[in-house]
Ligand binder design. Structure first.
Ligand SMILES: [Zn+2]
Length: 310
């Protein structure tokens, strides 16, 4: 894959064959690597710890009525399998110049390393952590939570170094890639008081959502996009996936972007949204109402990663 040097916005609105879908982007196509995550050494720089007042899950931001909305996409990958990279979504956003925040699992980053480097060099997109192998922070041990957090950060740091090195080798300007991500998304939206304390200790802001846009069934139906658009308010954070696990999300994104544009909404990354007002903080993580994700605790192995035993 040959990548041009020019970052967004120079590339926006232009066809670029490096952003079209290939066979290796498909769900489960790339082999699963069971080995341990890289050591944290590569990424000593977590953001500063958050004060107790900033602890919690952020579901939206009080923008004072300004019609800004953050589209977010999770790239989840359990320990036991690999998922895909939805290039239909990413190339659509890029051609439209719509920014987005992508919450990547650490192992997902390792599986899809080439795509991550490409995304890191595209300033339209921002990367957050989605833990190492989708561990469930409502039921994991403290040690296991730390492993999930540190593994994803270490993988990010390794790929950032590679992205900078490759850009230099190609004679490109060094891309502006944050040293570490300061954003974290809880797998399954599950958490606990102890999880929130640990994440704050690592300086990670826990970004949830107030708009779970996917229906879980046929996301390509225009009714799903209309229903999602009705949930959006100024300062909303929209949850979707870009790992080809739920079906039809690319069609949902097209419909939702068109609908929100017609309502006068502006799309921003999560970090920009956080700069626009006070975050609305909660102690719990959930999809639409507290407790609605508890049934997932027993469906993905003993700790959410898909593994049957430690
Ligand atoms: Zn996930």
């Amino acid at each position: 894959m040959v990548m041009g040097c020019a970052p967004y916005p120079a590339g926006a609105g232009q066809e670029d064959s490096s952003w079209t879908i290939t066979a290796s982007d498909g769900k489960g196509v790339l082999p699963n690597d069971h080995s341990a995550p890289p050591a944290l050494g590569a990424c000593a720089e977590f953001p500063p710890a958050l004060p107790a007042s900033a602890q919690g899950t952020i579901r939206s931001v009080d923008t004072g009525g300004e019609k800004a909305v953050a589209l977010t996409f999770d790239m989840c990958e359990l320990a036991v399998s690999t998922t895909g990279c939805d290039m239909e979504i990413l190339s659509f956003l890029r051609q439209k110049g719509v920014p987005a925040t992508l919450f990547m699992g650490g192992k997902w980053m390792r599986t899809h390393a080439g795509r991550v480097i490409q995304i890191m060099r595209e300033s339209l997109f921002e990367i957050g952590s989605h833990a190492w192998t989708h561990g469930n922070f409502g039921i994991m041990t403290e040690q296991a939570m730390r492993g999930q957090i540190e593994g994803a950060q270490a993988q990010y740091a390794l790929l950032r170094e590679r992205a900078l090195r490759e850009a230099a080798e190609q004679g490109c300007q060094p891309p502006d890639i944050p040293v570490c991500t300061g954003l974290f998304r809880l797998p399954y939206g599950r958490c606990s008081d102890r999880a929130l304390e640990i994440l704050a200790e690592y300086g990670l802001k826990v970004i949830q959502w107030d708009v779970p846009a996917e229906s879980g069934k046929d996301n390509a139906s225009p009714a799903v996009a209309r229903a999602a658009a009705r949930m959006v308010k100024p300062g909303s954070i929209v949850l979707m996936h870009a790992n080809l696990v739920p079906r039809g999300t690319a069609a949902l994104v097209r419909g939702l972007v068109a609908e929100l544009e017609s309502q006068g909404y502006r799309f921003v990354k999560v970090s920009e949204l956080l700069g626009m007002g006070e975050p609305r903080l909660f102690r719990e993580g959930y999809f639409s109402r507290p407790g609605d994700n508890l049934p997932l605790d027993s469906r993905f192995g003993f700790d959410g990663t898909g593994r049957k035993k430690p």
